[in-house]
Design a protein around this ligand. Sequence first.
Ligand SMILES: NC(=O)C1=CN([C@@H]2O[C@H](COP(=O)(O)OP(=O)(O)OC[C@H]3O[C@@H](n4cnc5c(N)ncnc54)[C@H](O)[C@@H]3O)[C@@H](O)[C@H]2O)C=CC1
Ligand SMILES: O=C(O)[C@@H]1CCC=N1
Length: 272
Amino acid sequence: MTQAKVCFIGAGNMTRSIISGLVTHGYPSDLIHATNPSKGKLDALQQDFAIEVSHDNHAAAKAAEVIVLSVKPQLMASVCEDLSSLDLADKLIITIAAGIPASRYPVYFNQPIKLIRTMPNTPTQIGYGMTGIYADDSISAEHKAICETLMQSGGKVVWVDKEAELDQVIALAGSSPAYFYLFIESMIASGVNMGMAEDKARLLAEQAALGAAQMVIQNQQLSVTELRQNVMSKGGTTARAVETLQQGGLVELVDQAMTNCVARAQEMAKTF
Ligand SMILES: NC(=O)C1=CN([C@@H]2O[C@H](COP(=O)(O)OP(=O)(O)OC[C@H]3O[C@@H](n4cnc5c(N)ncnc54)[C@H](O)[C@@H]3O)[C@@H](O)[C@H]2O)C=CC1
Ligand SMILES: O=C(O)[C@@H]1CCC=N1
C-alpha cells in the first residue's frame, strides 16, 4: 500500500508544491484531500489537480490513512490539539514543519502516534524538490515506503539518521532556494543598472543558473571548485568578479547565513 489516501492539513505553498508533484507523477487525485480555512487556495487546487478539498480538518483527517501536517509552525499546536479527539492509532502522520521536534506531536495530539518528520522545499512543485526525512525505529517499513513515495514524486529524498540533521537539511535545501533567488535577483538588478532590459537580464541570469546547476549535477567526477576554476581564465573577467565576491566575504557570509538558519530552527524548537 504505497498509494494511500492522504489528507493535507493546510493548503498553502508547500501543500500545492507537493500535490503538484504527486499528480504530475500519476498519484490518483481521488486519493488526495486538502483542507484550509479560506476558499481561494482550495478552489485553485481543485481546479488545477481535481483533488478533494474542504474546510473540515476533522472529517478529512478521519477519512485519511496518511495525514500531512502543512500549517505554519506557530499554528501546529492548535491544529493538532483540535484533531486530538480522533483515534490516530492506525494513521501515519507526516509533518513538514520546520523546527518542531517529533517528540512534541504526541503531546499536541494527546496520544501515541506514528510520525515521520520531513523537510521538503518548493522546487518539489516542478519535480526538482529535495526532501530530508527522519523516522525513528518505531516506524514500519510500510509507512516509510508510503512517505518516500509521497515525497519522491516531487524530486529527490534523503533519509537522515538523527533528527537534529533535519535542521541542516533546512539550511542546505529547505530554505536554500531563497538564497539562490536572492543571488539571481541581485544579478538581474545589476544587469538592469547597467542598462539591460529586465526580461533579457532575467533570461541571461536564469539560464546561467540552470546551466551551472546542471554542470554540477552532470560532472560528479569534478569538484565544484574545479568547475568554477574552469570558468576563470587567468587575469580574465571571471577572476575579477569572483575575487570581488570573495574579498567581500561571500563564503563567510553564506556560512553565517546557514548557521543562523540552523539556529533559528533550534530556537523554534524551543518556542512551539
Ligand atoms: N515554504 C517553504 O519553502 C517550506 C515550508 N515548510 C513548512 O511547511 C509548512 C507550511 O508552510 P507554507 O506552505 O510555506 O505556509 P503557507 O502559509 O503558504 O500555508 C499554510 C496554510 O495553512 C492554512 N491554515 C491555517 N490555519 C489552518 C487550519 N486551522 N487548518 C487548516 N489549514 C490552516 C493557511 O490558510 C495556509 O493556506 C510550515 O510548517 C513550514 O515550516 C517546509 C519546507 C519548505
Ligand atoms: O522559512 C521557513 O521557516 C520555511 C522552512 C524552510 C523553508 N521555509
